[in-house]
Design a protein around this ligand. Structure first.
Ligand SMILES: N[C@@H](CCC(=O)N[C@@H](CS)C(=O)NCC(=O)O)C(=O)O
Length: 221
C-alpha cells in the first residue's frame, strides 16, 4: 500500500492521485499542512512541497518524477506513448500545465481564493484574481485548439498530459472558476476524463469551509 502526503486541491497531488488510481495502486491519503513546515514533513521532503509519496520502501517527491516512475514500474495501462516524439509532446504539455498554467491561472485563482484563507495569509488580491480569470480563457482556447487536432491533449491516446490538465481544471472547477461553455471540445474532453473510475476520489474531496458547487461531482455537468 502506498501513502501519499497531499492536500486535496493541490493540482500536483491530484495528478499523482490520478496516475496511481489509473494504475490501480491502492493509496492511503494523508492530509499534509505543508505550510506549517513541520520537521517530520521537511525530513520526508526538504523542498517542503507536496505531493510526497511513500512507495516501494522509498520516499518520492516532485510530481512529474513520481508519475514517470509509476509509468516505468507499472506500464499498464500506459499513460505515455511509445514513440520518442510522442513522449516529448506529453512532457511538453505536462510542463505547460504545471508551469505556465499553474503560474498564470492556478496561483491567481485557487491560491488567492482558497490557499490564503486556509493558510491564514490574508485576503484574495483582486488584481491577481482578475489576471487569473483573464488567463484561463486563453488556456481553454489553446486546449480547444489542441482538441480540434487530436482526440486527447497530446495525441490519440489519453496520457499524463490529460491528467496534468485535468488536475488543474478540477481544482479550479471546485471553486467554479472554469467556464465550461467556452468550448464544447474542452467540455467533452473533461466529461470523458471526469467519468473515469480514477477520478472518483477527486470528485469526493471536500475542503472544510469551501463546499463544492453541485456541478463539481456531477458527471452530466
Ligand atoms: N514541482 C512540484 C510543485 C509542487 C508544489 O508546488 N506543491 C505546492 C502545493 S500545490 C506546495 O507544496 N507548495 C509549498 C511551497 O512551495 O513551499 C511538483 O510537481 O511536485
Amino acid at each position: 500500500m502506498a501513502t501519499l502526503y497531499h492536500v486535496p486541491l493541490s493540482p500536483f497531488c491530484r495528478k499523482v492521485r490520478l496516475c496511481l488510481a489509473e494504475k490501480k495502486i491502492d493509496v492511503e491519503l494523508i492530509h499534509e499542512k505543508y505550510w506549517l513546515k513541520e520537521s517530520d514533513f521537511l525530513q520526508r521532503n526538504p523542498a517542503g512541497k507536496v505531493p510526497v509519496l511513500k512507495l516501494d520502501g522509498k520516499i518520492l517527491s516532485e510530481s512529474a518524477a513520481i508519475c514517470e516512475y509509476l509509468e516505468e514500474k507499472h506500464p499498464t495501462p500506459p499513460l505515455m506513448p511509445k514513440a520518442a516524439m510522442d513522449r516529448f509532446e506529453v512532457r511538453r504539455l505536462v510542463a505547460w500545465f504545471d508551469d505556465k498554467f499553474h503560474r498564470e491561472v492556478t496561483e491567481n485563482l485557487l491560491y488567492e481564493r482558497v490557499n490564503k484563507k486556509v493558510q491564514g495569509t490574508g485576503y484574495p488580491n483582486g488584481t491577481n484574481v482578475k489576471n487569473g480569470s483573464k488567463a484561463i480563457k486563453y488556456h481553454l482556447d489553446y486546449m480547444a485548439w489542441l482538441l480540434d487536432h487530436r482526440r486527447w491533449l497530446a495525441g490519440d491516446a489519453m496520457s499524463m498530459a490529460d491528467f496534468a490538465a485535468a488536475a488543474h481544471l478540477s481544482s479550479l472547477d471546485y471553486i467554479s472558476d472554469v467556464d465550461w461553455n467556452r468550448s464544447a471540445a474542452v467540455k467533452d474532453w473533461y466529461a470523458k476524463i471526469k467519468s473515469r473510475p480514477a477520478f472518483r476520489s477527486i470528485l469526493a474531496d471536500v475542503v472544510s469551509g469551501f463546499p463544492p458547487p453541485p456541478h463539481y461531482a456531477d458527471l452530466d455537468f
